[in-house]
Design a protein around this ligand. Sequence first.
Ligand code: HEM
Ligand SMILES: N[C@@H](CC(=O)c1ccccc1NC=O)C(=O)O
Length: 278
Amino acid sequence: MDPTFRPIEDGVATDLRGEMTYAGYLQLPTLLSAQQPVSDHHDEMLFIIQHQVTELWLKQLVHELRSAIALLTEDDLSPALKRLARVKAIQRQMFEQWSVLETLTPVEYVQFRDSLGKASGFQSPQYRTVEFLLGNKNPQMIAVFAHDPDLLAGLQADLEAPSLYDAFLRYLARHGHEVPASVLERDLTQPYAADAGVVEVFRRVYADPQAHWDAYEMCEELVDVEESFQLWRFRHLKTVERIIGFKRGTGGSSGVHFLQKALELTFFPELRDVRTHL
Ligand code: HEM
Ligand SMILES: N[C@@H](CC(=O)c1ccccc1NC=O)C(=O)O
């Protein structure tokens, strides 16, 4: 075969009138017309694409996490684990993607930063949804959505609903583990508070994995998801630091210092604490 030419094959469909096509199925005209720079700076396109790719992956994360919560609620643990395996693979894409935006230098970014106004990733509804679904509940975080009643209502609903962690703790309670009632009946809109009784539940699971393989497997899956989430936060922080240093954020926060505090958060505190007791 000629190494510089591949002929089309006879069977290749070329008359696509009235047929489902690649561009039609994927709604490419819509997708590819959504990049509208507000400045005329060359590098703003990268900034937009990086955010949009992240938002697409966040959409898939929301889809998988909602499903994982529903499956756990129905005691269907194996498919829930499968969902989380996919969540982890997506998270890897998301945190490795930072290397692309890191090619944006501070000199380039300052040239269009002012055009962004008060816009900030802090106002990403899907990011906040993922945080709530994983269990980082904080009612203060929805204030920035007050301008959009539909968004606000959606986030309020996720704030009030059981997170993945709540769903897992309820699953454990239904399967004979002594999860304290105070944990099962907690106010779901408030930050989760670590509980010694839950540490003890996990201590027993980890003391005999064979006897509690379902719970053991889910625990380790959650630890993986948490670690991947922290890697995303950390790489965001380092990207921000190298691009804007210690400037305040467009969203009004102190910037890097504010992002640093998120690295101290944990979704599943007892899964961290149990390790000290093994
Ligand atoms: C030049 C690149 C970037 C810079 C300088 C930057 C800077 C910042 C800063 C300073 C904050 C704190 C809030 C504020 O006051 O604005 C923030 C928050 C945030 N950014 Fe970025 N960011 C960048 C890229 C991205 C990208 C690509 C995403 C992906 C969607 C993203 C998502 C977020 C999210 C979700 C938050 C909220 C984090 C939290 O609540 O802990 N950022 N960013
Ligand atoms: N907070 C960033 C601006 C920023 O990164 C941003 C602006 C508009 C839309 C998304 C953004 N991404 C993440 O915060 C800054 O302070 O420069």
